[in-house]
Design a protein around this ligand. Structure first.
Ligand code: IVH
Length: 587
């Protein structure tokens, strides 16, 4: 009991702090899923210890409050409530059964399913069809007057059009930012050295609640209506979806992606369809919202102090989660670039176990202010490699000893000297093909489909060939014997012969493929093709100076530098000579 009391007090403090970060200053530093988990823990403890439940608990209030010194206050005529959430089918089915029980009916209930937009709730007041006020949700009862800012959002009509518009009409909806808009403002922020927003929701919130409406005007904000607040002067339909259709006729933006569902099965289908379509909407959604469509039934069912009982948010699995950085390793890539990779405390994101995240370069580590032992927010969207979004600064349980991350002085693959290229913010190994880490990936690249396309030679075989020291560079591939190949694990007589045949076939290639196969930094297929058609012969390419190299179409200064450095290296030139003169590669 005493320990439950302590945990409840601890969770309340933690959650109040996070609510302030999220709703008031727009800078949450933990992911939504972590917040939901803490809230669920608190709710659970309060259910088990009802005598410890207080009205000011974060489970009982909406969470927002106002930057009252900044914006005027708006008292909402009808409270702007939050939504209870479920995140699995059985919890949704339990909600559906509760609805039936509350209405005392056994037949199905018509439900309106919509997308759960990930932005911030806004209430718009139209008097005689004219936009007179816009406000945030705030704590649900009192919000902030953001009229001047909302007026700058072009998609929000300043005057409604059409007939039968109530004299007093308060509509509610979500202001949010599309992925394209988010990318655009972050690119500009990066260019101008301003603060980068960690996700579109923060960007929307920060932009909408900016003190200067001129700044809001420059931000690509958008809006969609999802409900009626209050109306007077004209009758509104008694179905939720019909109200939304009226809004649309009056010029208000309403999502087309919604459906009336007549059974729980249909709702579940809508949920899965929305999840499949999620990457293609062009804006963030974090689930669907399911509402009883009939407004009279909504009134009958009623609301708690913080959420309606006639609606529920059915959330998708989180794409952002929190975990700890256990270590940072430095990996040598094919072109010698050394990339820091965070080793994470393994964690599931949307069903996938993740234990590593790329950190790109040292600049990224500085930007994040990352140390080993930090708790971090990681995101995995689509098939993209997990990214570290931010460090959780407010972490109360922070690791006692945080360790700074330092660039190794020598290459972790071969011990050669390391070179720092400040223009690219990258660190590179100077060992070239003598570095085993580069050797394996360089040979793999040389044999790959778009390069020399040597069938049958994959990672496993190349790793063994290098480890057994049968080969040190791409040219050595052509000196392999059948016996050497057969001695490898997983290679029989037939495969060995196929590899030898594939090596012979690969000798006839194109100049562009040959250039690409060399694996020079910044020289992809297109650049290789440009170089091939500009220089025509290998001799002209090898003897070109920096100026001539950069005069080829599509070859910038950085690419020209990498070409020059590669061709100036004696061992690289020797490998090219062997490939052309001794192996007999031709085009
Ligand atoms: S209805 C009384 N519909 O989700 C019910 N809310 O977590 C009020 N949201 O504050 C909300 N999409 O900002 C509703 N289609 C949708 C929504 C939606 C996003 C937001 C809204 C609300 C929050 C609750």
């Amino acid at each position: 009991m005493e320990s439950a009391q302590k945990t409840i007090a601890y969770l309340k403090t933690l959650l109040r702090n996070y609510q302030y970060q999220y709703y008031v200053i727009n800078e949450p530093d933990i992911p939504d899923a972590e917040y939901d988990r803490l809230m669920e823990n608190l709710r659970q403890l309060e259910t088990e210890n009802p005598n410890l439940l207080t009205q000011d608990s974060p489970t009982q209030c909406i969470g927002g409050s106002c930057l009252s010194s900044v914006f005027k206050q708006v008292h909402h005529k009808i409270p702007m409530l939050s939504l209870d959430t479920v995140s699995d089918e059985s919890s949704f089915l339990a909600f559906y059964q509760r609805l039936k029980k509350r209405l005392n009916i056994s037949s199905n209930i018509t439900l309106c399913c919509e997308l759960k937009l990930d932005g911030l709730a806004v209430s718009l007041l139209y008097l005689n069809g004219r936009l007179v006020r816009a406000s945030t949700r705030g704590d649900g009862l009192i919000g902030e007057d953001i009229t001047a800012n909302v007026r700058t959002i072009s998609i929000i009509p300043k005057h409604l059009i059409g007939n039968n518009i109530p004299d007093y009409l308060e509509v509610r909806g979500e202001v949010f930012m599309s992925h394209a808009g988010f990318k655009k403002i972050n690119q500009a922020a990066y260019r101008d050295g301003h603060k980068i927003f960690s996700n579109p929701r923060n960007a929307a919130s920060g932009s909408l609640r900016h003190l200067d409406p001129c700044i809001t005007a420059k931000r690509p904000l958008t809006f969609m209506c999802y409900g009626l607040g209050f109306s007077k002067g004209r009758a509104m339909p008694c179905s939720h979806i019909a109200c939304l259709q009226y809004f649309k006729v009056w010029g208000l933006p309403v999502s087309n992606y919604m459906r009336l569902c007549y059974s729980s099965r249909e709702v579940i289908r809508f949920y899965h369809d929305a999840e499949i379509n999620r990457p293609f909407f062009g804006f963030d959604i974090d689930g669907i919202v399911i509402k009883v469509d009939n407004l009279e039934l909504q009134r009958k069912i009623g609301s708690s102090s913080h959420a309606p009982r006639w609606a529920i948010a059915f959330k998708f699995l989180a794409q952002e989660v929190m975990t700890r950085v256990n270590n940072v390793e430095f990996r040598v890539g094919r072109t010698g670039v050394i990339t820091p990779v965070a080793q994470l405390e393994p964690i599931r994101i949307a069903g996938v176990l993740v234990s590593r995240a790329t950190l790109h370069n040292m600049h990224e580590i500085d930007r994040l202010g990352l140390k080993i032992g930090d708790n971090v927010v990681i995101r995995r969207a689509g098939d993209v490699i997990p990214q570290i979004i931010s460090v959780v600064k407010s972490d109360i349980d922070a690791h006692p000893i945080l360790k700074s991350i330092t660039v190794p002085k020598q290459c972790p693959g071969c011990g050669s000297k390391i070179q720092f290229i400040s223009s690219e913010s990258t660190v590179r190994c100077t060992g070239g093909l003598s570095c085993p880490a580069q050797r394996k990936s360089a040979i793999r690249h040389f044999a790959s489909r778009k390069a020399l396309n040597i069938n049958g030679i994959g990672k496993k075989i190349i790793d063994q060939l290098v480890d057994k020291e049968y080969i040190n560079n791409p040219a050595d591939l052509f000196m392999l014997t059948i016996d050497q190949l057969i001695s490898l694990e997983g290679v029989g007589q037939k495969l060995a012969q196929n590899i030898i045949d594939a090596l012979i076939i690969s000798k006839k290639t194109t100049f562009a493929r040959f250039i690409y196969a060399l694996g020079i930094s910044k020289i992809g297929l297109v650049a290789a093709e440009n170089l091939a058609s500009y220089f025509v012969t290998l001799n002209l390419l090898l003897s070109a100076d920096l100026k001539t190299l950069s005069s080829a179409h599509g070859i910038g200064q950085a690419a020209a530098n990498h070409l020059k450095e590669f061709f100036d290296n004696a061992s690289n030139r020797e490998i090219i000579r062997v490939l052309v003169v001794e192996v007999g590669i031709y085009w």
